[in-house]
Design a protein around this ligand. Sequence first.
Ligand SMILES: Cc1cc2nc3c(=O)[nH]c(=O)nc-3n(C[C@H](O)[C@H](O)[C@H](O)COP(=O)(O)OP(=O)(O)OC[C@H]3O[C@@H](n4cnc5c(N)ncnc54)[C@H](O)[C@@H]3O)c2cc1C
Length: 416
Amino acid sequence: MNYSIFSLVRQALKGHKDWPKVWRRILPEPKYDVVIIGGGGHGLATAYYLATKHNVGRVAVLEKSWLGGGNIGRNTTIVRSNYLLAGNEPFYEFSLKLWEGLTQELNYNVMFSQRGIINLFHSDAQRDAFVRRGNSMLLHGADAVLLDRDGVKRHAPMVDLDNARFPVMGGLMQPRGGTARHDAVAWGYARGADMAGVDIIQNCEVTGLRITNGTIQGVETNLGFIGAEKLGVAVAGNSSDISRMAQFDLPIESHVLQAFVSEGLKPFIDTVVTFGAGHFYISQSDKGGLVLGGDLDGYNSYARRGNLPTVEHVMECGVAMIPRLKRLRVLRSWGGIMDMSMDGSPIIDMTPVNGLYFNTGWCYGGFKATPASGWCFAHLIANDASHEVATGLRLDRFRTGRMIDESGHGAQPNLH
Ligand SMILES: Cc1cc2nc3c(=O)[nH]c(=O)nc-3n(C[C@H](O)[C@H](O)[C@H](O)COP(=O)(O)OP(=O)(O)OC[C@H]3O[C@@H](n4cnc5c(N)ncnc54)[C@H](O)[C@@H]3O)c2cc1C
């Protein structure tokens, strides 16, 4: 069913009892042309673009739990393309352009809100770095505006510009950045993929890979063996588990990242702001809760919950930036497992196994990448060649030394 004002009125007249299921509940077929492991944002987007933009035959998505239960439903929903390096910026700007048409493309309201994002700076050196980043963004066709103190005050009056330790000197703003409704993105892609004939199978965990003479044959699952001509892996924090099944290692570590939501407030902040003197970001959801986030917990983990020192660190940064947050009550927090790469940038590539493709290394930033990641991963699987905006995101950069190290931290996944 196409969602429109007419379908809404029709269903309203029937008491909203006749809406069809958004995707089918089905059991897997014995074999598919392409199987995608992982029903998160990236896996679903990949299946959607494979089915709608490429002629690849039968496609299935296998998800071990429920759709949207992974990082796609756990993130702080910030969308931006404010990157510095040539390997990243064209990819993220391509993604932002896809976001701008996503609700129409999917006929599903992903609540994409271009409310702008401001990165505060607190020193001359930090301003120079942000000017460089802004210029790089402009050269790549993105938008960037350098704000002085008055500019920050105009957009984010709640920020304490005169903090004694970290006085704010200005900010780099990307007006086209913003937020989207995270689970609507998963549901929208799932609905689109299902309508295009993709089989989405929940509660189907991949427990092994069947590989013969270096070529993928299919996957072992709790629902039995499922054959696949090609296998795409988009399992975020579980990437190393699957690569181990194929007997190779990825340059990936799994880390926990927490998010926090406060009690609902009246409109308080209508943009996204990040603190430059620590790692802290804040926005306000449409329901009124403030959405807060910060650093990784700093150790390897598959536990989807965090620890108190990081909670304290995030709240300290928040209160340093906006002192009135000290009266805020945080209602909920949770963790997600991040696929942290050695240079902080993603990987979309083929692997040593014929027919096996990996999409991983999204670190903190994979939500905003969802449309481009799906688009480029589908392109790779269909054509056995990288999409032009993803040529830098190959695995061999770790062998040749052509890192895409945005933060300059080197091979320290926990610091990216
Ligand atoms: C707290 C937090 C805040 C974040 N904030 C932002 C942000 O503001 N902006 C931003 O751009 N990014 C952010 N991110 C990052 C972003 O959410 C992720 O990079 C992105 O969602 C990862 O891709 P995905 O959606 O496909 O992952 P997921 O949703 O995790 O999908 C992977 C799926 O694979 C499934 N799976 C795993 N193993 C198997 C198996 N063996 N068999 C079958 N299925 C399997 C999992 O169940 C899961 O559903 C944040 C992440 C977290 C945790």
